[in-house]
Ligand binder design. Structure first.
Ligand SMILES: [Zn+2]
Length: 278
């Protein structure tokens, strides 16, 4: 079911880790950002759009993780964009014959095993580096690319509607998940990305995270502050005291504590490696 969060901007929330698909109404059809996860949800979204009489005229994937790269034949054949770096990363990931089997195997361990259509996974057209806006016939959508969470990660600012689509950042339920493989300094890069998002906060009335609840403008600053505090605590080796992990985690989201512990271990390994004599 689509829920309107601003004029001409609707959100479809998945039951799987509260994934948000975002629909932006344009003149001749909609822009669809991170379409969703299971086949039945994508089907439901296609039904909703048909009822609205709105074909999909463009797609966008905020980053190269499987849950943001899906598509359904019923959504049509519009170009599906991503940043150049996102598209290159996807091409790389899917270049070997076993890539989809690996995603399917990963999904076997989740409650949505067998429910995710992988046929059209990752068919992303990279926009040239430094592209400022999504090329489509609708409200201006600014691309805010940065180094955080995944290579070529981009937030989108739907300027005239005051909506920030944050990709996998600024969640009320998930702690920042650093891109520990993709960048030389994942901590400083993440902090820089948060500054970039903070720089547009004054223009934002609603923030949509890739996973979690849609927030208002007050929530945006609170989430930036919360994510920054978490990342700084990681950097300084302090307990983040973050409400999204430990006993205060939202029911069903206890696994986020494991994400946190995993990040601590990876960071410790990195600093050991950096300190080792070469
Ligand atoms: Zn995600």
């Amino acid at each position: 079911m689509l829920r309107q969060i601003a004029e001409g901007v609707l959100v479809h929330e998945s039951e799987f880790v509260q994934s948000n698909a975002v629909v932006v109404q344009g003149r001749a059809g909609v822009l669809l950002i991170d379409p969703g996860v299971t086949g039945s949800e994508l089907d439901c979204l296609a039904n909703d759009l048909r009822e609205l009489g709105q074909p999909v005229v463009a797609g966008f994937s905020t980053h190269p993780d499987w849950d943001h790269l899906l598509w359904h034949a019923r959504l049509g054949e519009a170009p599906r964009y991503g940043t150049a770096r996102c598209a290159a990363t996807v091409r790389d990931q899917l270049s070997d014959a076993d890539a989809k089997a690996r995603v399917a195997a990963h999904l076997e361990e989740t409650e949505i095993a067998g429910q995710v259509p992988l046929d059209l996974l990752g068919l992303i057209t990279g926009l040239p580096a430094e592209t400022a806006q999504i090329p489509w016939d609708g409200p201006g959508v600014r691309i805010i690319e940065h180094q955080a969470h995944a290579p070529g990660h981009a937030a989108l600012l739907i300027e005239e509607r005051g909506v920030l689509v944050a990709g996998d950042m600024l969640s009320d339920v998930l702690v920042p998940m650093l891109d520990l493989d993709g960048t030389a300094d994942p901590i400083e890069d993440y902090l820089a990305a948060l500054r970039l998002l903070e720089g547009v906060a004054g223009d934002v009335d609603a923030v949509v995270p890739g996973h979690g609840s849609v927030g208002g403008s007050d929530q945006l600053q609170a989430r930036i502050d919360q994510d920054r505090a978490y990342v700084r605590a990681l950097r300084d080796g302090r307990d983040p005291g973050d409400p999204r992990i430990g006993p205060s985690a939202k029911p069903g989201w206890e696994w986020v504590s494991h994400v946190h512990t995993g990040q601590l271990q990876r960071l410790a390994q990195r600093s050991e490696r950096d300190e080792a004599p070469r």
